[in-house]
Ligand binder design. Sequence first.
Ligand code: ATP
Ligand code: MG
Length: 353
Amino acid sequence: MFGLGGKSDTVGLDIGASSVKAVQLKQSRGNYELVRLGIAPLPPETIVDGVIMDSGTVISAINTVFSENQIKAKDVAVAVSGHSVIVKKIKMQKMKPEELQDAIAFEAEQYVPYAIEDVNLDFQILSPPEAEGNEMDVLLVAVKKDVINDYLSIISTAGLRTVVVDVDGFALENALELAHEPELDQVIALVNLGAAVMNINILVGGMSEFTRDSPLGGNRYTESIQKMLGLAYEQAEKLKLGEEVDGKTFNDAMPAIDMVHAELAGEIRRSFDFFRSSSHSETIHKAILSGGCARLPGLVEYLSENLEVPFEVADPLRKIKADPKKFDPEYLQVIAPQLAVSVGLALRQAGDK
Ligand SMILES: Nc1ncnc2c1ncn2[C@@H]1O[C@H](COP(=O)(O)OP(=O)(O)OP(=O)(O)O)[C@@H](O)[C@H]1O
Ligand SMILES: [Mg+2]
């Protein structure tokens, strides 16, 4: 979205609620190769619902990721998510892109719950020019300016340049289209389950038909374990990741985890139902689960059964070569689902829309 000009060599920088992830790729003859990869954790409450609460901590995490992994490039592509981001497919009267540029702000007013002067607007015409009728489908994207400005200012304080500001759900689409080459006659749901936010993006014929961000993610599992077993947050997080805590094991956390599985399935079901009722497509053929929670034992099976849609774990690195002398293949395999957004951003080039 919002291309800001600049040169290539872009680093995909995913500033998530639980960690900062950086990915740099090299493209040669149509193939991609992993050049740099780094992750630095962020303490809880640093970012709340996509809004950066503690910029100093984020800046030092970015600096750590770049220095520890010898990332020299300065241009970054970032993404925003959460309630400050509105993505809607709308119908408008057919017009040329230049005319739409003027008309969009007026049109957007009815879809955006914020004052139009407080948001950055972008759009993409989805209908082919030869489509019949007087109307066309337009994808409208609005992001609160203060949120974008926070990201820009943090990145420049970290000594970097922002060349692309994207949206989590679209970065996801970018990465998983390369990796999983979805069949164009199929309906594919991309579900990214991070620490604080779940991004859903449903593709029909390779085009985004429905997107939604919900404030639900791995933190909810941790909180549920914390409450049910009377543990500190950090201990509950460890237990969730399979470590033993005070003689308690993952099995003891299962009832707390199952509760959140059910809540999560309900939330995804609401999105799927909404999609089915508002689109021509009834069937969702497949769902691809990414984000750190994709590694939760049993989640993919639970969702597949509960939602009656086959879920599989995303592998955004599938089509990206990585030198085993530089990157441990086992580590890459474990971490891959969590890299969907950062890989999608690394695939962007400055000036991309
Ligand atoms: N092996 C694992 N088992 C269960 N949960 C895991 C595992 N590894 C990571 N997680 C969880 O995944 C979440 C982090 O995922 P991710 O890195 O995708 O989120 P984020 O990008 O930091 O956050 P957000 O996208 O919500 O801003 C955390 O809640 C973490 O506890
Ligand atoms: Mg994330």
